[in-house]
Every structure is written in C-alpha cells, then in structure tokens.
Design a protein around this ligand. Structure first.
Ligand SMILES: *Cc1c(COP(=O)(O)O)cnc(C)c1O
Length: 396
C-alpha cells in the first residue's frame, strides 16, 4: 500500500492492516491459533525474543491475527502504534496501571462508563492514588482541578449513557501545561467520527466489543498513541496477561471492514429517532449530541465528523413506563451491549451503570427511567413505527 498518502476511512476500514498478514495467497487474514512459535536456529529465536528481528514467540505477547487487528485500528486513528486487550475494561485498567503509582493524582469526569467509574471509586484509592471527578462538561472546573497538578486527565466523550461532550482540544491544552497525559475513551465516537490524538490527546482507548466489532459476537479492547507510550502499555499487558484472543481478533477485524458503512447508517437512524422522540409527549428528555438542543452541540460539531449511533431518553412515566415500553419493541434487543448492527436498548440501571447503586446513579444525573438506545442499521421507517406502537402502550 502507498505510504504517506492519506486514504479515506472507508478504504482504510477495508484494506488497512491486512496485507502483511496474508498467507498462501489468501485474501483474508488467517486465524493463527498457535500458542507458540518454533525456531530451529536458537540465535534467530533469541533475536526475535529481544525484538531485534520480526516474529512471534508466545501468544500472550504477540499473535499475527491480533497484530493485524491492531494495525487496522492504528491506521484509522492516525496513530504511531496500537496494542490490544481481552476487553475494553482491560484496555482501560492496564493503561491506567502502566502509568499510575502511589501518590499520583488523576482528574476525570463524574459520568464515565460504569466500570471505569468503579476503577476510580474502588480500586485506585486503594493504591493511594487520588481521584478527582468533576461535573461532566464543566470545562472551567476541570481546568482548575488540572492546574493543581495531576498525572493523567481521563476523558470519555461522548459519555455512556447520557452522551455528554467534553472539548478534547481545550482540556488537552490544560493538561499539557502541567505535564499530564490525556487518555480519551473513544468507544462511542469511533475513529470514523473523532480522532482524539489529532485533537491533542496522548492515548485513545476503545472497547472494540462495541462499534469496532459491530456484531456483538466478540469482546476486545485496543489503545493507540505514540510508540513509547503504547509500548510501555503493551509491556504491562504482556506480563499481566489480558491478551486478546486470536478468534476474537479475527471477528473484530472482519466486523471492521464495514465500520464506515455501519456508522453512517447508525448515525442517520439515531438522528431520526432522536428528532422523533424529542417531539413525543411521553418523552421527558432526549440526549443526542446531534440535536441543536444538546448542551454541547457546538463543541460536538467542532470535534466530531458525525454524532454517532448512541442516544438516550427519559420517559415521563419513569421506571414504570420503561417496564411497559421496553418489552413491546420488536426490532430491538434488550441487552447490555451497544454498537451492534441490531438496535439495542436497555435502562442504564441494567446496562452501563449496573455496577452502581441507585444513589450513585442519581448523583451521576442518570434517571432510573432512562433508556439507552443504540441505533442499528435497520430501515428507519420500521424503527420509528416500532417506537410509536411501544410508546402508545404506555398507559400514563
Ligand atoms: C462497554 C464500554 C467499555 C468497556 O468495554 P468492555 O469491552 O465491555 O470491557 C468502556 N467504555 C465504554 C464507553 C463502553 O461503552
């Protein structure tokens, strides 16, 4: 492939990262299940082991199918390097623990993904790491906390499930001024819509389980950044062992070929659903960065190329209305995942924030009647008709 010439994301999604791993003239990357690699020449084996020569030693460290997946994500994020993990949470925890040590301080937002929030509230304080969580979208508060000094600024934008937006460029500038690293969970935006590294971030994190894979059939995580940072995170992971399985890597790689197509369709559907719900009398509030009514719509317009396939909405009838509404939907899985080709719905209390107590959810501004809606690639007329009949069934 021609280097240095920027190709479009749709082309990258199909072609990037694959050519170096094809074998026997096959057009598809093989799933290499081998745990270890055999060498007749012990000097060659040694050179591979110390990284002087290309090759593989043991599956916990590297694997060709896994590397092909990493290369594809790396190119889409415009990064120098990428390394992968068994899950998105493994990507997040391994990246944080590579850098943080006792006495450090991290500044983040209140409504990160539930699992991330647990790391902040339960595990990091145990290691004597100070965690400061600010109101999501309050840039002044975040800047003044960063000014006090910190090791990492951790962002997620848009957030799960209320799709709040943080200005990556602005916060990265504040972080740079105190020598802090900026991590951004880019799961909701995907590299099709947002490239945090180009906006000043140091590390971009994905739960590949969601939009990257896109078919709800494989778990995985991946991070991208400069070679030095990514290599140190890779080293932590190869020793601690949260390695991506080759079969999962293959499924993610295959899913990613249609990434651009899927995201375009999903965000077209999400916008139409958000506009429809915003006018519905049984709906109290709709959260979608593509709506002009969204608090940080202007920032989203500035840093994103599209607004993504995720939205959430609160029903006026709260939890009882959700109880009546959700089972009526015909074209939606009621499930804990998101980003798949099928529309997927669920209350925050059983999905993104299942790890939190009702009191914690309330403090995070997540109503118990909130429905998270991950738009699939179905025909929009069918999705709207489905929503109409399910909303009609609510009796208050
Ligand atoms: C799902 C999710 C994660 C965690 O990913 P897993 O693959 O489930 O471990 C992290 N961040 C966000 C924004 C997510 O939606």
């Amino acid at each position: 492939m021609v280097k240095n010439k920027k190709i479009n994301e749709a082309t990258m999604a199909v072609w990037s990262g694959e050519r170096d791993y094809l074998a026997f003239g096959a057009t598809q990357v093989p799933v290499v299940h081998s745990v270890a690699y055999s060498y007749d020449d012990i000097d060659e084996w040694y050179e591979v082991a110390i990284g002087k020569r290309k090759g593989h030693i043991y599956g916990r460290n590297t694997n060709p199918t896994v590397q092909s997946f990493e290369d594809k994500v790396k190119e889409l994020e415009g990064a120098e390097a990428a390394t992968s993990f068994s899950t998105g949470m493994a990507a997040i925890s391994n990246s944080l623990l590579t850098i943080l040590k006792p006495g450090d301080r991290i500044v983040s937002i209140k409504d990160t993904y539930g699992g991330t929030n647990k790391i902040f509230s339960e595990f990091l304080p145990r290691l004597n790491i100070e965690v400061t969580l600010v109101e999501t979208g309050n840039h002044e508060e975040m800047e003044s906390e960063i000014e006090k000094g910190c090791t990492i600024v951790y962002l997620e934008t848009p957030t799960n499930p209320t799709v709040k937006i943080t200005d990556i460029t602005r916060i990265s500038k504040a972080a740079k001024a105190v020598g802090a690293l900026v991590f951004v969970d880019n799961t909701f935006a995907t590299p099709i819509n947002q490239n945090p590294l180009q906006l000043g971030a140091d590390l971009v994190i994905h739960s590949a389980t969601k939009f990257l894979g896109g078919h709800a059939d494989a778990l995985g995580g991946v991070v991208c950044g400069d070679s030095t940072l990514v290599h140190s995170i890779y080293h932590y992971r190869e020793i601690n062992g949260a390695t991506l399985d080759p079969m999962a890597a293959y499924l993610l790689l295959r899913g990613m070929k249609t990434l651009k197509l899927r995201i375009e369709k999903q965000q077209e559907n999400a916008l139409a659903v958000a506009r429809y719900l915003a006018k519905h009398d049984k709906v109290a509030e709709v959260f979608y960065p593509g709506l002009e009514s969204h608090k940080n719509h202007e920032i989203a317009k500035e840093q994103m190329r599209g607004f993504g396939g995720m939205l959430s909405f609160a029903l006026k009838g709260e939890l009882e209305a959700v109880r009546q509404f959700l089972p009526r939907l015909q074209f939606a899985n009621r499930a804990a995942n998101l980003g798949s080709v099928e529309t997927t719905v669920g209350p925050a209390r059983t999905t993104s924030h299942v790890e939190n107590t009702p009191e914690e959810r309330a403090a995070l501004g997540i109503p118990e009647g909130l429905v998270r809606y991950s738009a699939g690639i179905e025909d929009i007329d069918d999705l709207l008709a489905d929503l109409t009949q399910a909303l009609d069934a609510i009796d208050n």
